[in-house]
Design a protein around this ligand. Sequence first.
Ligand code: CMC
Length: 389
Amino acid sequence: MVEASEVQRGLQDVVALESRICFIDGRLGRLLYQGYDIRELAERSTFEEVAYLLWYGRLPTSAQLGDLSARLRELRALPAPLSDWIATLPPTTAPMDLLRTAVSALALFEPEETRPGPSSIGGAQRLTAVLPTILGQFHRQRTGAKPLRPRPELSAAAYLLYAVLDREPTELETRALDVALILHADHELNASTFAARVTASTLSDLYSAVTSAIGTLKGPLHGGANERVMELLAEIGTVDRVEEVVKERLARHERIMGFGHRVYKVEDPRATILRRWSEKVGAAKGNLHDYELLRKLEEVVHREKGLYPNVDLYSGSVYALFGIPPDLFTPLFASSRVAGWTAHVLEEYDDLRLIRPTAAYVGPTDLTYVPIAERSADAGPSPGRAPPA
Ligand code: CMC
C-alpha cells in the first residue's frame, strides 16, 4: 500500500516520461526546443519554423519551411457548420470556452485528422492553422468588425493579428507577436501539455487531447495568469501605488500573477525577452505606462517574496499595446502552445504507455453498509464533504 508520506503533491519533481522536445534548466534559467536555445530561436526564427522544429525534431530547409507555411495558410478556413455555430454565440462568451468547444466540435467534421497515430501530424497542422480563425471570427462578430478573410499572403503571426485587430499589423507588431508565439510554443510537461499527453496515452485522438489541453491552460495558475496581470495593473493604476497594492495582496495571502514558477528558480528566460519587447513596443507607441508599472512590480515582489517573473508577466503588456483585449491573451497563448501540445501528442503515440499514476488512499477501509432507512443525516463515519442542507 502507498503511504500518504510518499505523495509528491502536484506531482512536483516526479519524472513522468522521456521526451526529446523541450529541456528546461530551472537553476540556470535555460530553455531549449529540440536542443536549440530559446534566445536564439526568438532572435532568428519564426513561429512556423519553430512549429516545424517541434513536430519534426529538426530545423527545416527553406523549401521545407515554404511547404509547411503554405500548408498552414491553406488550412485556415472553418467548416461552414462550425462557422455558423460561432455566429450564434452571444458576445459574452468567454474566448477560452469558445476555443475549447470549437476544437472539440471540429473533430466531428474531420474524422481522418483525429485518428491517433503518425497521420496525426495533419491534425496538428490543421489545429495550429485554424485557432486564429476561430478567435478572429468570434472577436470580429462581437465587436461588429468586418468579416474575416483567409489572407493566404500573411504569415501565422500577421494573420493572427489581422484576425483579431481588423487592421493591417505593422512590421514591429508582427515581429513582436512572432517572438511571443515562439516563446509560448512549448514548455516541457506543463499542466496543459501533461493533460494532452494523458489523453493521448489512452489512445484517444489528437483533437480530444487538445481539447483537454485548452481546458487546462485556461486556469489562472497556468495560461490564465496573463489576463490576471492586466487586471492587477488596472487595480494599481500608478507606479506610486505598486508597493501598497502588493503588500495588501500578500497580507491577504493572495498570489501575484505573473510571478513564480514550479521549475524556474531564477528568472524565466521568456520573461527576459518579453520584458525587452514590452519596452520596445511601448517606446514605439509612446506608451510605457504598463512597462513602468511592471518594472516596479518586479522590484517590489522580488523584495517582498523573492519571486521572479514568469512568461505571463510581460506578454499582456505587449498585446494590450496592439489593442488586443485581455480576454484574448490566454487564447493567444493557446494559439502558440497548440504546436507544442500536438508535438507531445505525436511523441506520445510514438512511444505509447498509458499514463495512470496511483493515489495514497487515506479513507476508511472497514465500514459496514447501513440500510437507507437506518441512516442518520448528521452522523457519518468519515469526515466527508457536507451534504446539501
Ligand atoms: N505570488 C505570491 N506567492 C507565491 C507566488 C505568487 N505568484 N508563487 C508562489 N508563491 C508562494 C506560495 O504562496 C508558497 O508560499 P508558502 O510556502 O509560504 O505557502 C510558495 O511560494 C511556493 O508556492 P507553490 O504554490 O507551492 O509553488 P508551485 O510550484 O506550486 O507554484 C505557480 C507555481 C506558478 C502555481 C505559482 O508560482 C503561482 O501561483 N504563480 C502565479 C500564477 C502564475 O503566474 N502562473 C503562470 C505560471 S508560468 C506560465 C504557465 O505555466 O502558464
